[in-house]
Design a binder for this molecule. Structure first.
Ligand code: SF4
Ligand code: SF4
Length: 158
């Protein structure tokens, strides 16, 4: 069952990428699946609609639960980052206060690899941040503030 739900998440990601103008081959490359599977997804053939409904429910959870559930289902950090980046509902940015001591804990806590340290100060890359708040909650000096960005998000390719 977990693998069916993971497929449901891939289906949702494929539909999202299609909305952003990706071709079938580009979607296949991005999600690391066969082009024929993408074709099935986009044409609605041989799909487990129950699993897709469960996957939709997962994407509508709060960002932290969505991230943790996806990580549990895929058991792979890179795939988790990909699915969450594509299917996240909002864009986020982070502000780091001068009280940051450069301990690096937030870098270790971030499953999305959205945090890096530069000159002993944390920086958050809003392209990858999914708003899970794991860094904000774990920072020993309360130096992180994660904010929602109020504009339509686009999935950026890299
Ligand atoms: S966890 Fe807090 S104090 Fe440590 S590097 Fe990150 S922002 Fe700075
Ligand atoms: S909220 Fe923090 S831990 Fe979560 S994705 Fe954004 S930077 Fe990473």
């Amino acid at each position: 069952m977990p693998s069916h739900i993971a497929s449901g998440l891939k289906y949702l990601a494929a539909i999202e990428l299609k909305k952003h103008g990706f071709t079938q081959q580009m979607i296949a490359n991005e999600l690391e699946i066969d082009r024929s599977t993408v074709s099935h997804y986009l044409n609605g053939r041989n799909l487990s609609w129950h699993s897709i409904d469960v996957a939709k429910t997962i994407t509508n959870l709060c960002p932290k639960d969505f991230l943790i559930m996806t990580h549990y289902l895929f058991k792979d950090e890179q795939k988790t980052r990909k699915i969450v980046s594509i299917c996240k509902k909002k864009k986020y940015c982070g502000e780091i206060a001068d009280s940051c001591i450069g301990c690096g804990l937030c870098v270790d806590l971030c499953l999305m690899k959205a945090v890096n340290l530069d000159s002993l100060k944390a920086h958050i890359n809003s392209i990858y941040c999914c708003g899970c708040l794991l860094c904000e909650e774990g920072c020993p000096t309360n130096s992180i503030k994660i904010l929602e960005v109020n504009n339509d998000r686009e999935y950026e390719r890299h």
